[in-house]
Ligand binder design. Sequence first.
Ligand code: ZN
Length: 203
Amino acid sequence: MKIICIGRNYTDHIAELDNERPEHPIIFMKPDTAILLKKQPFFIPDFSNDVHHEVEILIKISRVGKHIDRKFAHKYYNEIGLGIDFTARDLQQELKSKGLPWEKAKSFDGAAVIGDFIPKGTFKDLDKIGFSLKKNEEIVQKGNTSLMLWNIDALIEYVSKYFTLKIGDVIFTGTPSGVAKVNPNDRLSGFIEEKEIFSIKVK
Ligand code: ZN
């Protein structure tokens, strides 16, 4: 399986990092070795002093597809999840300033938290899903899919122009504002609406 991530999909997060609003979705990937399942601790890697949490809605692909039109995109996924796109911000800034790819900052072991998935039929409107991240019982990130620049179906259309989507692939749909550094002993818990989807310890 592959993990496809979308960057800069929420205006409030674009503003907090002083990035430009993109003309098209920004895409990068993580390998399957980056997956951190919800019961495992996250170890801060020794090559970074500034690893940030980015909580994101996930889409699990349920059908093989390429060049998917947005009006048929809903047939290609059955489940919605939540995860964290851990980012070594110091390393990412250095790579960005040199115009280099971000992989070392985004795709290291453990950098993709994947929590539980929920059947999409549970939601009345996929364009109005609320989600949040708590750090040590305090809400640090709060988002809603209504605030995405490109919604789920638009992302599937765009991504599948470049990459064949396969069963089990996961799309990280971008983070809202509130990204911040994680420290040893932090506990990060992710929620879709009121339901806890993952809870991990930082070490
Ligand atoms: Zn992200």
